[in-house]
Design a protein around this ligand. Structure first.
Ligand code: ATP
Ligand code: MG
Length: 269
């Protein structure tokens, strides 16, 4: 199933400072003429306690990279360590449990269960892992719904909430278990600009005030402006990893052509 070409990351990187790291990630979809090299040798270290945006054009491999980092998809080769755990060392059951206990997810489609209230949606993952009744959980739940401004909507079902409120419920659900990393793929893709600003502000606050690590895929400059760091991916390779870039630096990196720094010789189709 999973090929591994290297076992390096957990040995060479201190777990405390890094939320996730990848070495030599490749991912190919399809075969023959239809083959797509979605990732062509990605090396990446993501620091803990920061808000990192992954940017790049449509089809550049952003979601594929995030899915591999989060154990939602397996690379063809290379290795990933998340929260200090080498994902390739986990079987399917252990990987599912690892995701449930240590990672949080926010997607473009809010993925809330329509028959449950906002509060029940937020607590569902913790109920499933048996932590729903812990004192820590209750305290964090109250704090998170307060920070996200959901306290007076908590008994409502998703159909009775605005898009921005639904996405805030999804963020609360991702945050309440105190995960090592929250992964968000285009979390504002279905929101108007006002709700987007609100949701991005809350993600940033979760980093500043809760010490959360957030990794967010986006193709919007306005969204990336909320992040501390920006990873730019183009045609399956990382072309820049910028700490607190200015708007000018970011635009220059997004204009950079594919391949130059990390070309692994596979070439594009
Ligand atoms: N399941 C799949 N089967 C075949 N090809 C796929 C699959 N998933 C992704 N791809 C291809 O891999 C490449 C990278 O896709 P990916 O979804 O990672 O891009 P992206 O940067 O997230 O794009 P977008 O901004 O449009 O979401 C694309 O060429 C895409 O068509
Ligand atoms: Mg995508």
């Amino acid at each position: 199933m999973l090929e591994t070409t290297t076992q390096q990351p957990t040995q060479t990187t201190p777990n405390t400072a890094l939320a996730a790291s990848a070495r030599g990630l490749t991912k190919t979809y399809g075969r023959g003429d239809a083959q797509v090299h979605a990732l062509r040798g990605v090396d990446l270290d993501l620091p803990a306690g920061r808000f990192t945006a992954i940017m790049g054009p449509s089809g550049s491999g952003k979601s594929t990279l995030m899915h591999c980092l989060a154990g939602l998809d397996q690379p063809n080769s290379g290795s990933v360590a998340a929260a200090g755990v080498a994902l390739e060392s986990l079987d399917d059951t252990a990987l599912t449990r690892f995701r449930r206990d240590h990672l949080g997810f926010v997607f473009q489609a809010f993925n809330l269960l329509p028959m449950l209230t906002a509060g029940q949606n937020i607590l569902l993952p913790l109920e499933l892992s048996g932590r729903g009744q812990d004192a820590d959980t209750k305290a964090r739940y109250d704090y998170v719904i307060g920070v996200l401004g959901l306290t007076d909507r908590i008994g409502h079902r998703p159909s009775e909430l605005s898009g921005g409120q639904q996405q805030r419920v999804a963020i609360a659900r991702a945050l309440v278990s105190n995960p090592a990393i929250v992964f968000a793929d285009e979390p504002t893709g279905n929101l108007d600009s006002e709700s987007s600003a609100e949701v991005l502000g809350f993600l940033r606050r979760s980093v500043r005030e809760l010490g959360q690590t957030v990794v967010m895929v986006t193709h919007e400059l306005e969204a990336a402006a909320y992040a501390d760091d920006v990873v730019v991916i183009n045609d399956g390779v990382v072309v820049a990893h910028l700490a607190e870039p200015s708007a000018e630096q970011l635009v220059a990196a997004l204009r950079a052509r594919t391949g130059a720094p990390h070309d692994n010789g596979q070439g594009a189709a």
